[in-house]
Design a protein. Structure first.
Lengths: 322, 336
């Protein structure tokens, strides 16, 4: 499938932003500059970007604990994200959310979520809003293979199916729920199989291949916009850094991650395909790499030079009015 | 105020008014209509809610806004939170508050915290209506008084009316509130009638009400226990003791000033709660009196609560379980 050049360049920039952002966080943690729990999205870029390429601000994402990639793909401002991770008052959530709760409702980003599976019904609710208000919007629930064993997943699929809600369920199957392999934790190897139980389409995409995700997500999103209901799209993917930054990775062979990085890195696959087809030139991508690198550096400087919240902020924003 | 209607009808009127005045208000819950999907057989709105609170709403506002849900509390409460955060104003019926166990995350970690976690950029105008309390011989899993749980969670508001006028006014306030509100309906007084204004009637959340004025002792109640307190106050009056009865109405926010004002007047206080004694409203009110009102006290604060036990089935046991006027009188006598 050939896309307009600009859309290809945008998709690459978005994937590169995610990779550069996550690699930078890894560096910052090593340097002792960041606090808290960080679950990095590196390796899964093609999923968020392949889906987001079909959407605009009227459409909604509900995300996971591994949410940076979804935020960036949805157009959330990088400086605000970085400042949030540094716990500064200029952060998107004024330093109150941190990595697992970055949200930007103006961009249709309904939040990363610290509870596995909890974003799924939120996306169903956003789809309910779209249906009741006839906004034409679609919502997307991202979740991991681990969440597919949560009750919220099953209840949400059923509810969305009976009400034919405009929602896309995107299972990011990276093979592991925390430190437990999916083949142990799930009764079926493919999350998509579970769509059958709810009478909705279940589709598998290569989550490392932007083009495969883009095409299959597009079909599902069009179906949702036509009012024909939800689809479960499973994207087979891989998390380069493990569950969280600092993970000992003892549950997987050392060679496993290295092999995926060498042979199935979604950015490499994208470049190979676009170069092979003659759609994009390598130097165009290198100049995007350079722009993104300086954008990330600028975000770090912005965050580091931003003020911290004050202790009085502890009790603000609990309610609209109390 | 001459008109008297049952508390249940007051709830129904508030729902009608809220849905009429705001197209963003939708209703979700198990059997809020009942019989959905059988219009072709001439079946519509089979129940109108398990107690009948939502009768007529499906017919008035249609299947888009009044939705029967599967028995799937976590799914539809979670969806309601998502809908609230994206522009609707959902009213969810959680049939019995006991079912909060299978649906807790959407309340505890989502509705209560989105606004805070997002630095004030989200609003979750969600109302959860739910039945509480003993009185219908429904036993341990359909009779609990669990408002203490939601009261303890920052980000949620919790209210509980004791009469039809407050039920109508507090429910309208809850639905129009931009924060998530848990609206508790004491099932033992659902069918009790009382005065209730027609048309618009809003009672502000966070304000207690004086149910009876007095000067010798303050009796604090909520929901059904307001009636227990009033019954005790009548008996005390016959003995020459003037009891003031304060109806909390709102548990979060708690009207601390109203409690302390009454305590300043009487110097003695008994708080009556249908929940078990630990970590609950009664303990909260007692702690407030000791913490902020110590110098006002002429005796110990007494808590009259259910025992630290599940709600039993046998009518004999259930009647012994819930606080009664006799328990209140005994507590008042203990503090002179």
């Amino acid at each position: 499938m050939e896309l307009p050049r600009q859309r290809l360049l945008d998709a690459y920039r978005s994937m590169r932003r995610i990779r550069a952002f996550e690699d930078k966080l890894s560096e910052l943690v090593t340097a002792g500059k960041l606090a808290g729990f960080l679950h990095l999205y590196a390796g899964e870029e093609a999923v968020a970007v392949g889906v987001a390429a079909h959407l605009s601000d009227r459409d909604t994402f509900a995300s996971t604990h591994r949410g940076h990639g979804h935020c960036i793909a949805k157009g959330v401002e990088i400086r605000g994200m970085m400042a949030e991770l540094f716990g500064r008052s200029t952060g998107l959530c004024k330093g109150k959310g941190g990595s697992m709760h970055i949200a930007d409702l103006d961009r249709g980003m309904l939040g990363a979520n610290g509870i596995v599976g909890a974003g799924i019904p939120l996306a169903v609710g956003a789809a309910l809003t779209a249906q009741v208000k006839r906004s034409g919007g679609v919502s997307v629930a991202f979740f991991g293979d681990g969440a597919s064993n949560q009750g919220q997943f099953h209840e949400s699929l059923n509810l969305a199916a009976i009400w034919k809600l405009p929602v896309l369920f995107v299972a990011e199957n990276n093979g592991y729920g925390e430190a437990t392999p999916n083949e142990y934790a799930s009764s079926v190897p493919d999350v998509a199989t579970r769509a059958t139980g709810y009478g909705i389409p279940g589709v598998i995409a290569d989550g490392m291949d932007f083009f495969d995700v883009f095409e299959k997500a597009g079909t599902a999103i069009e179906r949702a916009r036509r009012g024909e209901g939800p689809t479960l799209l499973e994207c087979k993917t891989y998390r380069f850094y493990g569950h969280y930054l600092g993970d000992n990775l003892a549950y997987r062979r050392k060679e496993e991650a290295e092999e995926v990085r060498q042979t199935r890195d979604p950015l490499d696959l994208f470049e190979r395909r676009t170069a092979g087809e003659g759609w994009l030139a390598g130097d165009e991508l290198r100049s995007i790499d350079a722009e993104v690198a300086s954008e990330i550096e600028e975000a770090v400087s912005y965050a580091e030079s931003s003020p911290f919240p004050t202790p009085a902020d502890v009790t603000t924003d609990v309610y609209v009015r109390y | 105020m001459a008109r008297e209607i049952p508390l249940l009808q007051a709830i129904n009127e508030a729902l009608h008014l809220a849905m009429q005045s705001d197209p963003d208000v939708i209703l979700l819950g198990e059997d809020v209509a009942g019989g959905s999907g059988r219009a072709d057989q001439g079946i519509e709105e089979a129940w109108g809610g398990v107690m009948g609170a939502t009768k007529g709403l499906y017919k008035a506002f249609g299947p888009g806004r009044v939705r029967d849900t599967p028995i799937s509390e976590m799914g539809f409460l979670g969806a309601a939170v998502g809908a609230a955060a994206t522009g609707l104003r959902p009213v969810v019926e959680l049939m019995f508050m006991d079912f909060i166990g299978v649906a807790f995350d959407p309340l505890l970690n989502q509705a209560a915290k989105l606004r805070y976690m997002f630095g004030g950029k989200a609003r979750v105008p969600l109302t959860v209506r739910t039945l509480i309390g003993a009185g219908l011989r429904a036993a341990a899993q359909h009779s609990q008084t669990l408002y203490g749980i939601t009261t303890s969670i920052p980000g949620l508001k919790t209210v509980c009316p004791s009469n039809p006028a407050d039920a109508k006014g507090l429910l309208l306030a809850a639905i129009r509130d931009d924060d998530p509100v848990i609206f508790c309906e004491p099932k033992s007084i659902l069918f009790a009638s009382g005065p209730c204004p027609e048309g618009e009637h809003v009672v502000p959340i966070g304000k207690a009400a004086l149910a009876r004025e007095g000067s010798d002792v303050t009796l604090v109640g909520v929901g059904r226990t307001v009636h227990v307190a009033l019954e005790a106050a009548q008996a005390l009056a016959r003995e020459g003791t003037s009891a003031e009865v304060l109806d909390l109405r709102s548990l979060s926010p708690l009207d601390e000033d109203a409690i302390l004002t009454s305590l300043a007047k009487t110097g003695r206080l008994v708080v009556i709660d249908e929940a078990p004694p630990r970590c609950g409203i009664a303990s909260d009110v007692a702690a407030l009196c000791v913490d902020r009102g110590f110098d006002l006290l002429n005796g110990p604060v007494k808590r009259v609560t259910a025992p630290h036990a599940p709600v039993p089935f046998s009518p004999v046991l259930e009647d012994a379980y819930v606080p009664s006027a006799a328990h209140v009188l005994a507590a008042v006598r203990e503090i002179g």
